[in-house]
Design a protein around this ligand. Sequence first.
Ligand SMILES: *Cc1c(COP(=O)(O)O)cnc(C)c1O
Length: 386
Amino acid sequence: MTTEHIKGHGFETRAIHAGYEPDPTTGAVIPPIYATSTYKQDGVGGLRGGYEYSRSANPTRTALEGALASLEEGERGFAFASGLAAEDTIVRALCRPGDHVVIPDDAYGGTYRLFDKVEQAWGLEHSPAAVSDVDAVRAAIRPGRTRLVWVETPTNPLLNIGDIEALAAVAHDAGALLVVDNTFASPYLQQPLTLGADVVVHSTTKYVGGHSDVVGGAVVVRDLETAEAITFHQNAMGAVPGPFDSFLTHRGLKTLGVRMDRHCDNAELVVDFLGRHPAVEQVIYPGLEEHPGHAVASRQMKRYGGMVSFRVTGGEAQALAVCERAEVFTLAESLGGIESLIEHPGRMTHASVAGTDLEVPADLVRLSVGIETADDLLADLDRALG
Ligand SMILES: *Cc1c(COP(=O)(O)O)cnc(C)c1O
């Protein structure tokens, strides 16, 4: 199928076909792993298909980038060596020393560290604000200096929801761009560019890759001017994924739709089960009507995702015991893979924010609900809860 042809097709069709047409010489239906750093030129400057050197472009990466752009409905997609490499490239392509950015007050820890310890030393100031509070984000903007409003939705681990359409309006009123970290929702559940965001960033390590076997990142932009800035910096900074990683990520991406539906099916069953369990104090999931972001999530997400957090009645000791007793749910950081994971944010992913305003409750447990047989997941949680 040609690129022109693919545009009107559904998500799953584009996930499988966008970005690549069967190889003209062999007919290979899957993009080969082009393990090459350089390309023969037909005379000086006579590039074949624009390929010159694999930091600038590599056909295996090009296929992945085309698919990402199509699924996020953007102008151009870019693949990176990690989510954080993608984030750093956005910042340095779009900001200058002396600029200011608004970031989530519960940002992914590595994102917070990047702004606080790396970009700040480079001259970029940041102010945290709650993404669920549009007025707080507006108040954090410094007119004339704020270049980016950066949000995650849903956030980690409390699954707060930011209203992308409203936040885009707030950013644009101030002459800033809205960047959305779409890692938790994935492009199957939410397409921020269609809601007014300017840039989408992903840790493709999570749902996009989906198999916990590769680290990667992605950026998708809605206009050509931003695309040119990212293109230049992707090459000039060089944090690109190799062809093997690009292949793995693209292979994962093709099944995103079916995986996400099963992640959501299983998460809904887990939420229902936990909600009825006497050892559970509170279940946090945007699909629940009592969740403060439920109405916004219902508007901007197709379903509510595979991440579930809950608080136990027995305090920190019980939360730790649940994490340690679970067997089908593997005790590990990260998320978004086919296998279910369990973790204690206070002691694990969010240990670095203990004692600050960003501290998470000690009785909180976070689940990345995988795509195993649902009954096995429920039985495992029942046993772990004691
Ligand atoms: C994991 C993660 C990142 C960082 O991505 P890496 O691939 O680990 O560099 C950024 N944002 C969110 C929401 C994440 O979960």
